[in-house]
Design a protein around this ligand. Structure first.
Ligand code: ATP
Length: 270
């Protein structure tokens, strides 16, 4: 039915090791996710409320979605994902119903993680327009606030949200008990790029002449998604030469690099 649109319930296979770089962030996130999910009883015994929401922000393609999957995998939690287009619908009230429904399912399936990608779509700043008309955005935001406040009673449900536009998020979501932890997911530096290339080259047969360190040096401003794409391109070029047993060589990486260009610019990072 339309109400289950966009909702996926499963424990992903992605692990922390599949994510290159971001060592400190992974450590922080690991603790932030594992405590509320695995030790919710300790929280109740101490009379403190566990973390309910974490906001990840940073440029696209830098592993926010992948981090949510790894967090679910590490805690063996079911992952419920919603993103952009799920929030809006032709039918009045369907976006809110989908949100409520997702929270309800997550409570029933606990331990679970609700991943709200492009959360600025549900939680953008209230425009403060003077008309009495309640907008779709306002209804979505108030539904999300109500559901997050309701998690106080729910054990083992954590909301992870992601956005490229943190300044667009309504401040009501940043109050205590909602998104209490805000983490910046940066584009990869040299060391992280090298690790990301290793992650994606692991699955390929790579020739001795390939120097991933040099590829990393040569891919400044590339995001994780773009590095993954570079590896795929190199793999395809190798397949063109030998479809049965492709071996990816330095020249394939070089050709792939020549036909790739990062979308980020230095200004966008600073
Ligand atoms: P968006 O904001 O566009 O949703 P995102 O930040 O959620 O992007 P992901 O969807 O997690 O990014 O990443 C896109 C792809 O890039 C993934 O398939 C993942 O394999 C790869 N990728 C990104 N960052 C890394 C990383 N640090 N290590 C390994 N792979 C990465």
């Amino acid at each position: 039915s339309s109400i289950t649109r966009g909702v996926t319930v499963k424990i992903p296979k992605v692990s922390w090791e599949d994510i290159g770089g971001l060592r400190d962030l992974k450590k922080k996130l690991q603790q932030a996710v594992e405590w509320p999910i695995k030790h919710s009883d300790t929280f109740s015994r101490l009379g403190i409320s566990p973390l309910r929401g974490i906001l990840l922000h940073g440029p696209p393609g830098c592993s926010k979605t992948t981090l949510a999957k790894a967090a679910a995998h590490a805690t063996q939690a079911s992952l419920f994902s919603l993103s952009g287009a799920d929030y809006y619908s032709m039918y009045v009230g369907e976006g809110e119903a989908l949100l409520r429904n997702t929270f309800q399912k997550a409570r029933l399936a606990a331990p679970s993680i609700i991943f709200l990608d492009e959360v600025d779509g549900v939680a953008s700043k209230r425009s403060g327009n003077s008309s009495n008309q309640v907008t779709v955005e306002e209804r979505l935001l108030s539904t999300l606030l109500t559901e997050m406040d309701g998690l106080e009673e729910a054990k083992g449900v954590l909301v992870l949200a992601a956005t490229n536009r943190p300044d667009a998020i309504d401040s009501a979501l940043m109050r205590p008990g909602r998104f209490d932890l805000v983490l910046y997911v940066p584009p990869p530096d040299l060391e992280a790029r090298y690790e990301i290339l290793q992650v994606h080259a692991r699955k390929m047969k790579v020739a001795d002449d390939v120097d991933l360190q040099r590829v990393a040096e040569d891919t400044e401003l590339f995001t994780g998604a773009e590095l993954e794409n570079l590896c795929s391109k190199a793999g395809m070029l190798a397949m063109r030469e030998n479809i049965f047993e492709p071996i990816v060589c330095d020249r394939h990486f070089q050709a792939a690099r020549l036909s790739s260009k990062p979308a980020l610019t230095q200004q966008k990072i600073e």
